[in-house]
Design a protein around this ligand. Structure first.
Ligand code: FE2
Length: 289
């Protein structure tokens, strides 16, 4: 799927932008299905807000148990001072995660394709398995910032193999909170590990463990914006520092992301994302049911 130049570019920069990967019909079907999933979803009485703020993660039991479910996470700014939504539910969701690629037929068909498996193989992961999926809304006005991070902090394997596949379902611009990345930053060390303190138990405690004190690049100056049209696939190395700003514009910025790891790498049980035994990880090149 990839030319030698594209593979070299990925190795040099830690990311690769591939325009025109997803056609308008596929985009429409994913967007329609995401709307249905939000519509079908019933929030629990306890609000679920996704944020990268460490404390929020620590306290969020629903986040920690979402590795093998389809769950919706509210935008942090979705609620007024009285705790009620200040806009309709469908405009209040930050993202859907984290196993829609295995639990929803529409996202399953889109995810497990020979084409994506070939791209993974071309960048050195012939045995890629799909660890998580997310539908990200980046809602108008309230779409939250995702602070600068390396994906391997949150999805760790030994050796590091996590690779992100980020599909733009709408045009992504600086105005509506596009991805930003630090070219070549994947050749620096992994700064932090995000660990469950009670691995494989009901304990919802988590902790960040510092590995490398080198600061991550500071947004926006240390990063470059990846402004891409709808249909573009951005491939991200798991060590690449990346960031996206809050969306204060009136346009949403929908994206679907898949994170893969190598089947041969060790996946520690202290990773936040754990799957129940009857939902094993599947290879990217396995044919969708
Ligand atoms: Fe990320």
């Amino acid at each position: 799927m990839l030319s030698p130049d594209q593979v070299a570019q990925f190795e040099r920069d830690g990311f690769l932008v591939l325009p025109d990967v997803v056609g308008p019909e596929a985009i429409a079907s994913l967007r329609e299905r995401a709307v249905e999933l939000v519509d079908e979803w019933e929030p629990t009485t306890e609000r679920t807000v996704f944020t990268t703020e460490q404390q929020e993660r620590v306290s969020n039991r629903e986040f920690l148990s979402s590795g093998d479910t389809i769950w919706c996470f509210f935008e942090e700014e979705a609620f007024g001072p009285d705790g009620t939504l200040t806009q309709p539910k469908e405009l209040s969701i930050n993202k859907i995660g984290h196993a829609m690629h295995d639990l929803d037929p529409v996202f399953e068909r889109f995810t497990y394709t020979p084409e994506l498996a070939a791209i993974a193989a071309d960048i050195g992961m012939p045995d890629a398995v799909v660890l998580q999926s997310m539908y990200i809304f980046k809602q108008p006005s309230i779409g939250g910032e995702v602070t600068c991070h390396q994906d391997a902090t949150f999805l760790y394997t030994d050796p590091v193999t996590v690779t992100g596949f980020w599909f733009a379902l709408e045009d992504a611009t600086v105005e509506n909170g596009c991805l930003w990345a630090a070219p070549g930053g994947h050749r620096t060390g992994l700064r932090q590990l995000f660990k469950r303190t009670g691995a494989m138990t009901d304990d919802d405690g988590t902790v960040f463990e510092q590995l490398d004190p080198t600061p991550l690049p500071t947004p926006p100056g240390d990063l470059v914006p990846l402004e891409v049209p709808a249909g573009t696939l951005v491939v991200l190395d798991g060590l690449l520092p990346h960031w996206s700003d809050a969306n204060r514009s009136q346009r949403s910025r929908h994206a679907y992301t898949v994170h893969c790891i190598s089947a041969s790498a060790d996946y520690p049980e202290w990773n936040w994302l754990q799957r129940r035994a009857d939902l094993p990880l599947r290879r990217l090149d396995s044919v969708a049911a």
